[in-house]
Design a protein around this ligand. Structure first.
Ligand SMILES: [Zn+2]
Ligand SMILES: [Zn+2]
Length: 132
């Protein structure tokens, strides 16, 4: 199950709703394939399903923090691993094109996030609903 949060800055107008965690259709590679959008990722998921049914995977919605401009990208993390192959999806920052870290944050309650717009330290984080 996941949680929706509202991030907001006390110094500027920045405010964003984000989702962290996983939903009911994240539980198998074939159910992920039903909603996963990226073409390269879809091909990799299909290949894993065909060649190795025992492949282990990790999939959740997380928060990628750009190391160069602090942009916050709320996206799906997908990592698949089998005996012969491994795949991890990657994102680039929509604002400055830097490569995002390989893994997003999946727990944000105790973490200090800088405002991506004005750089003020510590966004306020409020959870407002559970989702699945
Ligand atoms: Zn950036
Ligand atoms: Zn701000």
């Amino acid at each position: 199950m996941g949680v929706a949060y509202q991030l907001s800055c006390g110094h500027c107008a920045y405010s964003q709703n984000i989702y962290i965690g996983f939903g009911f259709n994240y539980c198998s590679l074939s159910s992920i394939l039903e909603w996963y959008k990226d073409d390269v990722g879809r091909q990799r998921i299909r290949a894993f399903i065909q060649t190795d049914k025992e492949a282990s995977f990790e999939c959740f919605d997380g928060l990628y923090v750009c190391q160069s401009c602090r942009y916050l990208l709320n996206e799906v993390y997908l990592h698949i691993n089998s005996d012969s192959d491994a795949y991890t999806n990657r994102y680039t920052c929509p604002r400055c094109s830097a490569l995002m870290p390989p893994k997003p944050i999946d727990y944000i309650e105790d973490i200090q996030l800088d405002c991506p717009d004005c750089g003020n330290e510590k966004l306020s984080v409020q959870s407002y609903m559970d989702w699945d």
